[in-house]
Design a protein around this ligand. Structure first.
Ligand code: ZN
Ligand code: ZN
Length: 589
């Protein structure tokens, strides 16, 4: 369920309101705001050229900012001055879209200041210093011919050495875990600009003298990265074996990071308690479905007294219903039109895609993080189609392929398609593309995006998808339990000092996961903070908003209208969407 989607949210219909015509005095507050917002975006890209390249804005592709106190000051000045400018607008004078932009811009600036002044990740996480994205966004892009991109790349390559020299001075109190991660990821960056790039330069159409210049810059960049790796390996790692800062960030920082990144209706502690309650509820539902389904699938075999064991045995049996390696992609492809039909027939959401979803084999460079993912066009390459990448199972070692296929069995595959495609991520993107401002795409909220996809799984089953099959419900609950346990794990690791053994008990015994998945999840929880909580929090916030809107509207409530109004805000935080949607309704009563 890890997605590459968070930054790459599509913005197909980008319309800038031209407000330079007409004098300032003639402008409506919305026009004045729109003009300011466009300047804000320009300033943002000048300050953050790597981020710009990653979303497909290529004007600053040759620039690589060097970390250090000067850059930090520049970022702070940017935030403070734009917070001042934002304060000159009165929210109540602005339209809904502008109000939302204003809130999202303000949140982003405040979160950035908090990161610099309080969280200080640069001090303790050496993996934040990595030029992979900066180089990848130029090398592996298709926006310009290869020769032009290689020439542009020189600008960045030339700064790499200085980038890492400065990074070394900023690493103050690293954790062992993040130091190991930084070493591993820096090796990945060396691969990214490895021998294949040398070959590419040799065989391209540039002149020999230019090729030589690029190759020299490339060598220098590689030396910079190698130097950083040996600095971490030799100067830090030995010391860190005996004594090092903990990667667990503790209660106060976790709560603050949660409020900045997730931007929920609820505090971190409340969400943790909600997740614990959800786990108990899911266990009860799964227990009663298991009792109901046991004779049908397990025959005369005695049902274990331990409910969790019985559930696991039934799930293992049901997991044998699955596609074959060579029909896996087709199984996904076939379901898309069925989901489309169901959503339309049940009147859940209007679906009229500008461009159809293209199911394809995952390209090799997107190494298998997940079995399937949506890859959406960035805000600036709006003409590209949306891909549904499926990890190829043919050619995989048979035992591994079988384990994948059991995990993504015929029941779970349907839930996955709801989540990734219709009416999950892909459908949300279509609505996001219609949102009138690019801010919602650039500063899109991950908890809203994931929360929507997780919400649609429940909503579709409630609407009768799968004919209310108890087997599908059971497997859905297992899937949903993963989301719930991600939140429990995240909070427990950072706030309650949960160790690996306790984590494995939670994920394997209580959430029915395989050991490899559970160990990988524990590692991810240690290395990241808050992101694992985004799925459940977004889901819970949307469920709550739906209840409140239904209560306010009574018999007039329409699920389709709720969905479409909710999605019309683009990928905005659910907290703000809730406030704006509910404020319109409470006045009516
Ligand atoms: Zn099998
Ligand atoms: Zn997702």
């Amino acid at each position: 369920m890890k997605h590459r989607i968070i930054l790459a949210i599509a913005m197909m219909a980008m319309v800038f309101v031209a407000c330079e015509n007409g004098k300032k005095g003639d402008m409506t507050p919305d026009q004045r705001f729109d003009g300011y917002r466009d300047r804000f975006i320009e300033d943002l890209w000048r300050l953050e050229p790597v981020w710009a390249s990653m979303v497909g804005y290529h004007a600053y592709d040759s620039v690589l900012p060097v970390p250090g106190p000067e850059r930090t000051d520049e970022q702070l000045r940017f935030c403070l001055s734009h917070l001042d400018s934002l304060a000159t607008f009165k929210e109540e004078e602005l339209g809904r879209s502008q109000q939302m932009d204003l809130r999202m811009m303000r949140d982003h600036l405040k979160a950035t200041i908090w990161g610099i002044q309080t969280f200080k990740e640069h001090d303790w996480n050496p993996s934040v210093f990595n030029v992979a994205n900066a180089l990848d966004a130029v090398i592996n892009s298709t926006h310009a011919p290869l020769e032009e991109r290689l020439t542009t790349l020189r600008g960045r390559l030339r700064s790499v050495k200085q980038f890492y020299a400065s990074a070394r001075t900023m690493v103050k109190d690293p954790t062992r875990e993040h130091t190991e991660l930084a070493i591993q990821q820096s090796r990945g960056t060396l691969d990214l600009i490895g021998p294949w790039l040398t070959d590419t330069i040799v065989s391209c159409a540039l002149t020999d003298s230019v090729k030589k210049l690029i190759s020299t810059d490339l060598d220098s960049a590689r030396k910079g990265i190698e130097g950083y790796i040996s600095f971490l390996e030799n100067d830090w790692l030995p010391k860190l074996q005996t004594k090092a800062r903990s990667p667990r960030i503790g209660k106060a920082l976790f709560a603050e990071k949660f409020s900045h990144d997730i931007n929920s209706v609820h505090h971190a502690q409340e969400v943790f308690e909600m997740a614990i309650a959800a786990k108990t509820d899911l266990h009860q539902r799964m227990d009663s479905l298991t009792r109901q389904l046991w004779p049908k699938h397990m025959g005369k075999m005695a049902m274990p007294a331990d409910s969790l064991k019985a559930i696991r045995m039934l799930i293992d049996t049901l997991s044998h219903v699955h596609a074959q390696p060579d029909s896996f992609l087709q199984a996904i492809e076939r379901q898309i039109p069925e989901l489309n039909r169901f959503v339309t027939e049940k009147d859940l959401l209007t679906l009229d895609p500008d461009k159809p979803l293209v199911v394809r084999e995952e390209p090799a460079f997107m190494s298998g993080v997940s079995v399937a993912s949506i890859s959406a066009p960035g805000p600036y390459d709006k003409d590209r189609e949306t891909w549904y990448n499926v990890h190829p199972l043919t050619g995989m070692e048979p035992a591994r392929a079988e384990s994948y296929l059991r995990e993504y069995n015929s029941y779970i595959l349907q839930i996955l398609n709801i989540h990734e495609a219709i009416p999950g991520h892909y459908a949300q993107l279509i609505y996001n593309n219609r949102a009138p401002s690019i801010i919602k795409a650039i500063l899109g909220n991950g908890a809203m995006v994931e929360g929507w996809a997780v919400y649609t799984e429940r909503m579709m089953l409630e609407a009768g998808y799968g004919n209310n099959s108890p087997e599908l419900w059971l497997m859905y609950y297992k899937w949903n339990l993963r989301t719930v346990c991600n939140t429990i794990l995240d909070h427990s690791v950072h706030v309650l000092n949960m160790n690996e053994e306790q984590a494995l008990d939670l994920l394997m015994r209580q959430a029915f996961q395989q050991e490899a998945e559970a160990r990988g999840k524990y590692r991810r929880a240690v290395l990241t903070q808050v992101q694992l909580s985004s799925y459940f929090t977004g889901f819970a916030d949307i469920m709550q908003l739906r209840d409140e809107v239904r209560k306010a509207e009574g018999n007039a409530f329409s699920l389709k209208r709720f969905h479409e109004e909710f999605l019309s805000f683009g990928s905005a935080p659910v907290r703000h969407v809730s406030e704006i949607m509910l404020s319109g309704r409470s006045k009516k009563d």
